[in-house]
Design a protein around this ligand. Sequence first.
Ligand SMILES: *[C@@H]1O[C@H](CO)[C@@H](O)[C@H](O)[C@H]1NC(C)=O
Ligand SMILES: *[C@@H]1O[C@H](CO)[C@@H](O)[C@H](O)[C@H]1NC(C)=O
Ligand SMILES: *[C@@H]1O[C@H](CO)[C@@H](O)[C@H](O)[C@H]1NC(C)=O
Ligand SMILES: *[C@@H]1O[C@H](CO)[C@@H](O)[C@H](O)[C@H]1NC(C)=O
Ligand SMILES: *[C@@H]1O[C@H](CO)[C@@H](O)[C@H](O)[C@H]1NC(C)=O
Length: 350
Amino acid sequence: MVKRVLRTTTLPLLLLPLLLPLPDETGAQREPRRRAAPAAPKPPGKGGCCEEVRALKVQLANVSSQLEELARKQEEEVRSLLRQVLDLDQKSRLQEARVTEAESKFSELNGHVEIIRLQASQAATQTSADANYDCASLYNKNYKISGEYKLPADMFLGTPELQVYCDMETSGGGWTVIQRRKVGLTSFDRDWKQYKRGFGTTRGDFWLGNDNILRLTQQPTVLRIELEDWEGEKRYAEYQHFSLGNELNSYRLLLANYSGTAGQDSMRYHNNTNFSTKDKDNDKCVDKCAELRKGGYWYNCCTDSNLNGVYYRYGEHTKSTDGITWYGWHGPNYSLKRVEMKIRPQNFQS
Ligand SMILES: *[C@@H]1O[C@H](CO)[C@@H](O)[C@H](O)[C@H]1NC(C)=O
Ligand SMILES: *[C@@H]1O[C@H](CO)[C@@H](O)[C@H](O)[C@H]1NC(C)=O
Ligand SMILES: *[C@@H]1O[C@H](CO)[C@@H](O)[C@H](O)[C@H]1NC(C)=O
Ligand SMILES: *[C@@H]1O[C@H](CO)[C@@H](O)[C@H](O)[C@H]1NC(C)=O
Ligand SMILES: *[C@@H]1O[C@H](CO)[C@@H](O)[C@H](O)[C@H]1NC(C)=O
């Protein structure tokens, strides 16, 4: 009987050894077959048959339990594979961001070379009368490539040479960039002196410095704020009037005439407010907003926007209230991917 079962069975090879009475070794498996043959002529004892059936049942149970085990393992493997795929997906997204960063650096570098060439060709014809006051005046002298420029020292105002980044493309160009967040490696949790002088690198993340911003806003000035979220969407806010008080007046902010696409105006709340840093609490409440929001800003009580807040990377960008926020677009817990603040004279014409 056992023999016939073995001959006619179509079970997978894998399971064949399990159906044999002695599952120990391949050598031992042959013996029971020989023993089973002489047992056949004996009077048809029910015990022999039932024992075999019982043995088969036990083995069947064993096989099905092993199948279950296999299925479970497989499921685990699928799950672990899925985890790996998700992991890879995230890694590739990071990689993509790095490539974009590298590409933008490359094009910036190209622009820089072009600017040096232009400046060299024009240096000979330049006189002190047409001082490069800001990026708008550079634009009007035909410097129309975005990049780093040096504004010369001004003997009359007593201001030193100043390195700036000019945006010569956006909305007509002529913009002097006063703040940028895009790389996220420069801390903006700094003290009064550092916000006064400026910090960071004009190519990457930086604050131009309250004294420098003051120097560049002595004529009626427009402020433009550009925002980008982690989905790659871009918005902007523009103020037809932007000015600061001097240091004695705590660099008090004055803004007027908002327009743009950034939803509800999230700078208005900071209008008419003194600048605060962690070591100089000039905000309008008992809380120390600069400490809570970890930046230097015109903190009211405390924020409707926090453009000098903490740079949070993708995945961490919705978990905190001290990030780079703009309530009117993404609310108080969403830290943006990229921000630029830039200024140009009201009377600028491209
Ligand atoms: C099932 O059979 C294998 C060998 O084929 C044996 O190692 C195992 O102990 C058996 N399990 C049960 C539950 O009988
Ligand atoms: C802002 O600063 C000025 C001068 O530093 C000071 O007189 C004024 O009281 C400050 N305002 C607030 C609300 O702190
Ligand atoms: C900011 O305050 C000034 C002076 O109080 C006001 O003229 C101006 O309209 C305000 N700006 C905004 C955007 O509300
Ligand atoms: C705001 O715009 C209005 C109308 O265009 C103008 O009359 C006003 O002077 C502007 N305010 C400032 C502070 O630029
Ligand atoms: C923002 O985060 C705070 C604290 O983590 C939480 O209490 C609040 O409900 C969140 N707000 C939104 C709009 O997600």
